[in-house]
Write a protein that binds this ligand. Structure first.
Ligand code: FES
Ligand SMILES: [Fe+2]
Length: 338
């Protein structure tokens, strides 16, 4: 008698429901991406950073306004982050052409008239939560939401986590509707059934509420949510005090991202004692959020993310996958930033 070979083979991997990656078909999500920590950019300073599949500069004019534009000079392509501010104009280091805040070349050094086509791409730019954000598009489809508390009642702290993840930022955003991972990776014990039915789905994001015991049994009552594909907001009570946290996921190039973090706590009556309490809470919040981000780090840094075999516990994640698949993508700055 001959032994029968084990003929069971794995089913072919499903690819019909593939998720769109950054840069695929030359397109990127039309979302607000964090570009720079606001406190690190003084008036008159120019900084360069990689963005999408190219490079941008971020600078501040004398009115304090932050601007994000394409980095390469339309003359011969010098990187404008090597230039300097002359008044409110960006001056290229190479032949000293100058660009005003609308992105137009307004001056050449030798007196030739500025060519009308010499323009930088201006990204819609906002400064919020202590972070400078740029929108991939010409007209934002949505605006960054506020916290439930007025910002003047809060003390905030923003920073960039010094780690480059080897995956797109939207994959990090998929962790918010991934309720399985919230429990098993972050040790958060829900005090209710998975709230799949209570997720408030919106055109450009969602929110839901978690009441739970956090690590060490600390009570939390948080609203968590995503906007676009790059913005996470959490707000509510942690151990009896109000904590707000934002994470923004950058796109320095396809397949990579960094995490920008902003924390907020009540400022109380603004007295030195109240600010001392606020700063201690910010320390606690920063340690908590940095730890949370670190718990995901190795998993996300090495993952080959796919919409694989899902179970009941993945209901909201499955819906978010559809949201990501249908999310508008574009690349209007393509001819400028590369
Ligand atoms: S390359 Fe910028 S002015 Fe010539
Ligand atoms: Fe996570």
């Amino acid at each position: 008698m001959t032994a029968t070979a084990n003929t069971q083979v794995a089913a072919p991997r499903r690819t019909a429901n593939a998720l769109p990656f950054e840069g695929q078909d030359g397109l990127f999500f039309q979302t607000w991406y964090p570009i720079y920590v606001a406190a690190d950019l003084a008036i008159g300073e120019i900084a360069g950073t990689d963005f999408l599949d190219g490079r941008v500069i971020v600078y501040r004019t004398s009115d304090g306004q932050a601007h994000v534009t394409s980095a390469y000079c339309p003359h011969l392509g010098a990187d404008l982050s090597n230039g300097k501010m002359v008044g409110d104009n960006v001056q290229c280091a190479f032949h000293k052409w100058e660009y005003d805040a609308t992105g137009r070349c307004v001056k050449t050094a030798i007196g030739d008239p500025p060519p009308p086509s010499a323009c930088l791409f201006r990204f819609p730019t906002v400064e919020k939560f202590g972070i400078i954000w740029a929108y991939n598009g010409t007209d934002p489809l949505w605006q960054l939401p506020d916290y439930e508390k007025p910002h003047q009642h809060l003390v905030m702290r923003a920073l960039k986590v010094p780690f480059l993840y080897h995956c797109d930022g939207w994959i990090f955003s998929c962790n918010t509707p991934d309720m399985q991972h919230i429990k098993v990776v972050h040790g958060i014990n829900f005090r209710h059934a998975d709230p799949h039915q209570d997720v408030d789905w919106q055109k450009f994001g969602f929110d839901y509420r978690i009441e739970a015991g956090h690590q060490g049994g600390v009570s939390i009552d948080w609203q968590v949510g995503i906007r676009g594909t790059s913005f996470f907001r959490q707000q509510g009570s942690y151990d009896g005090w109000w904590l707000g946290a934002i994470t923004g996921h950058s796109c320095p190039r396809p397949g990579n991202h960094e995490v920008f973090l902003s924390l907020a706590v009540d400022r109380g009556d603004g007295s030195p004692e109240a600010l001392d309490v606020a700063n201690k809470r910010l320390d606690t919040a920063q340690a908590l959020l940095e730890r949370t981000v670190a718990e995901d780090r190795q998993i996300l840094d090495t993952i080959h993310y796919r919409a694989g075999t899902l179970t009941r516990g993945d209901k909201s994640l499955a819906r978010f996958f559809d949201y990501v698949r249908n999310y508008p993508r574009a690349h209007p700055s393509a001819d400028y930033i590369r």
